[in-house]
Unconditional design. Structure first.
Length: 323
């Protein structure tokens, strides 16, 4: 027969277990509640960020992190918001924390690599892009970003290989076509470059950079009318960029349309009064027009802004036909 004492002891243990389970359940519910709060603030922060309200986004991500200090995505998103505001130091701290919490966060490596590239830490950037691609071999943006570093390093073959991979993954990657065209042009593959610029424009007829790049290549090939047409379209799409006016002016100058060139150089300088190359270009125009005082003034201004242009200006002046 079972003794009543034994039964009471068993019941006692059950009560003890029930008490323990109730305490654990309360703790679990508290943790679940904190995680739900963190998720709620994170979601609102993401909405603020999408609207460009970065201060509010940062505040909400901070609250989310307070509720869940191991919320890697919140650190990552706050890092991106800081980066959008130009706060590189805060962004780097948050990217580092996101990666510490989630070492397989490919996007965090990619974006930290972008940050490193922006502050001139090219080796660190390449290492991060490499890690991002190890974690996600189909991460088109990481190939694109690594290619951009390779262009800066004049490794055009490596850049083209990365752009090839990015385009293979995303056949509508407009910026990758545009930049691969630039790299192909630098390698002397003008036909390949034109093909890439054409493809970028076909995919996005409002992609101003591709018109500008194609215009520069047409200028180099002596197609000045084609260059003017492309730079005109780039200016229509992005009228606040001084380079478009400078580039169109160069094509007009090459055609002998000095009035049009003069007007565009003036527009470029109105947008960017510290554009040393435009002063040099306008100086050459003044020389062609026999206006020596104006030429000297523009050359002097160009050298004041960029002293290392001296040899380039002297070489270009020396190539002018003697009057």
């Amino acid at each position: 027969m079972f003794s009543n004492h034994g039964l009471l002891r068993v019941v006692g243990v059950c009560f003890g277990a029930a008490g323990f389970l109730l305490a654990s359940s309360a703790a679990a519910q508290t943790q679940v509640s904190r995680e739900k709060s963190a998720a709620s603030y994170f979601a609102r922060g993401s909405e603020w960020q999408a609207r460009g309200e970065f201060d509010r986004a940062i505040d909400d991500y901070g609250i989310a992190i307070t509720f869940n200090p191991r919320f890697a995505r919140a650190y990552y998103s706050r890092a991106r918001a800081h980066l959008s505001q130009g706060d590189v130091e805060a962004a780097l701290i948050d990217f580092n924390r996101a990666i510490d919490l989630d070492p397989r966060h490919a996007a965090a490596y990619n974006d930290r690599g972008y940050l490193f590239s922006e502050i001139g830490e090219q080796d660190a950037a390449l290492a991060d892009f490499k890690r991002a691609l190890e974690l996600d071999p189909r991460f088109a943006r990481a190939y694109y970003n690594r290619a951009f570093i390779r262009i800066r390093q004049r490794d055009y073959e490596g850049a083209i290989a990365d752009y090839d991979r990015a385009i293979e993954i995303d056949k509508k990657y407009v910026a990758a076509y545009n930049n691969r065209g630039y790299a192909r042009s630098a390698m002397g593959d003008q036909a390949g470059a034109i093909s890439d610029f054409d493809r970028a424009i076909k995919l996005d007829p409002r992609y101003a950079s591709a018109y500008g790049n194609r215009g520069n290549l047409r200028f180099a090939r002596g197609d000045f009318d084609g260059a003017i047409a492309d730079h005109t379209r780039a200016i229509e799409l992005n009228p606040g960029v001084a380079e478009g006016y400078n580039n169109r002016a160069n094509a007009s100058y090459a055609k002998g349309d000095y009035d049009a060139a003069h007007a565009d150089y003036d527009r470029a300088l109105a947008i960017n009064p510290r554009y040393a190359e435009v002063y040099a270009n306008r100086g050459m125009l003044w020389l062609r027009m026999g206006r020596m005082a104006e030429a000297d003034a523009d050359f002097a201004q160009s050298l004041a802004l960029k002293p290392d242009m001296k040899s380039s200006i002297e070489r270009r002046v020396g190539l002018l036909p003697q009057r």
